[in-house]
Design a protein around this ligand. Structure first.
Ligand code: PLP
Length: 411
């Protein structure tokens, strides 16, 4: 276990070289962590060191570099498995990210089980990654996609969700923390409800992993999907967690090298877990970097990170709400560091472009959650998302940039 240091945001910021840069001559104020987090030196150096000193293909080599590369890559998996409290590293399939993990479950776990008229239940606040793979599956099998409603605060309507559970539902997909609204969903409670009907639950944990401590066993879900780049690690790497027994029952998803035990032209047999689901040369440096990201998060302490981000969120919510004409979309009682908003009649894209000139990086658009935009009857929002390196002073810069933009449009 790494020793925990007290959370000192200025010291933490020094770990992120990119935060030193300027944009349009102003200090960068990076408020787009929900889209992709910045990387600490520990991650940058781990991947750099891998390429400089250990680079080789993994698993099959007897030579030293290949063994070192394998140890480092598998070390990343082990670190992640321990971090999320997986029973073993065989339960952690390394994928390209959350999107690929959901697709894997759709095609390998659910597709063979589905019959016309079966139901797949998702919530109205899902990212497209947790909608479209199920829609494609419905088209392939004749199953039906059902949607559990949300309320005007952007919270899941638990009673309505419960009423939609039945023997027909073959899987329930729910986002842990909404990237568009910031809502933290009561995932353990959702899993408890679903268990009454033996409905497997897939949790999209893309936004939860960087913000809070995730214990997959305590949550009681069946599948947990995550992305490295949302949790201060590299892009192109992520994971799917599922229990070993579940993964053993699932057929391979993609065929190729790594995932086989033996190949003849007549028949092939499959490798053990987790390799059975990892066809082809993996993102080796990505796995190494992901391990370094987990180590970094553990070094700071997830409780300390959560407390810091919550403090910034509370401050920012108060300050933004006081801006004339600003409407916050997503006011759930339990929220993580995301504020989606509109400002008067100003199009979010214009807003994003103007505040960029003050050095402020906001995300604008539908945030891959078009149904959320439809629910709140807006074409798009601007979104400020806060990571472990953001400060209240940066919130002040954002507020000032927004006030100036508002004044500009009023003039
Ligand atoms: N789910 C949520 C809640 C997200 O925020 C994102 C990314 O924005 C995804 C899924 C997709 O993640 P990735 O693009 O890393 O597969």
């Amino acid at each position: 276990m790494t020793t925990k240091i007290p959370f000192d945001v200025q010291r933490v910021r020094a770990d992120f070289p990119i935060l030193q840069r300027t944009v349009h001559g102003k200090p960068l104020v990076y408020l787009d962590t929900a889209a992709s987090a910045q990387r600490p030196l520990a991650v940058i150096e781990a991947t750099d060191r891998f390429y400089r000193e250990h680079n080789a293909n993994v698993h099959r080599g007897v030579h030293t570099l290949s063994q070192e590369a394998t140890d480092l890559y598998e070390g990343g998996r082990r670190r992640l498995a321990a971090h999320i409290n997986a029973a073993s590293e065989r339960e952690v399939i390394l994928t390209r990210g959350t999107t690929e993990s959901v697709n894997l479950v759709a095609q390998s776990f659910l597709r063979p089980k589905l019959h016309p008229g079966d139901e797949i239940l998702v919530t109205h606040m899902e990212h497209h990654s947790n909608i479209v793979p199920w829609q494609m599956l419905c088209e392939q099998t004749g199953a039906v996609l059902k949607v559990a409603p949300i309320n005007q605060r952007g919270e899941l309507e638990l009673d309505a969700l419960e009423a939609m559970l039945s023997e027909r539902v073959q899987l329930l997909g729910v986002v842990h923390i909404s990237n568009a609204l910031g809502t933290i969903n009561p995932v353990a409670e959702v899993c408890r409800l679903a268990r009454r009907f033996d409905i497997p639950v897939l949790v999209d944990g893309a936004q939860a992993m960087p913000h809070t401590h995730v214990d997959v066993q305590a949550l009681g879900c069946d599948f947990y999907c995550l992305s490295g780049h949302k949790m201060y690690g590299p892009t192109g790497i992520g994971a799917l967690w599922a229990r070993e027994a579940t993964l053993e029952e699932m057929p391979p998803w993609q065929g190729g090298g790594e995932m086989i035990e033996r190949v003849t032209f007549e028949k092939s047999t499959w490798n053990r877990l987790p390799a059975k689901f990892e066809a082809g040369t993996p993102n080796i440096a990505g796995g190494v970097g992901l391990g370094a990201a987990v180590e970094y998060l553990e070094g700071l302490g997830t409780d300390a990170i959560e407390a810091h981000e919550n403090a910034v969120l509370t401050y920012a919510t108060e300050k933004l709400a006081a801006i004339e004409g600003l409407r916050i979309i997503g006011t759930a009682a339990k929220k993580a560091g995301v504020i989606s908003f509109t400002l008067g009649e100003i199009h979010p894209h214009d807003l994003g472009t103007i505040v960029d000139h003050y050095g402020v990086a906001l995300r604008t658009g539908h945030h891959c959650t078009m149904p959320v935009m439809q629910f709140f009857n807006v074409p798009a929002t601007a979104r400020a998302s806060f990571g472990l390196y953001n400060t209240v002073e940066e919130v002040d810069v954002l507020v000032d940039a927004l006030e100036r933009t508002r004044a500009m449009f009023q003039a």
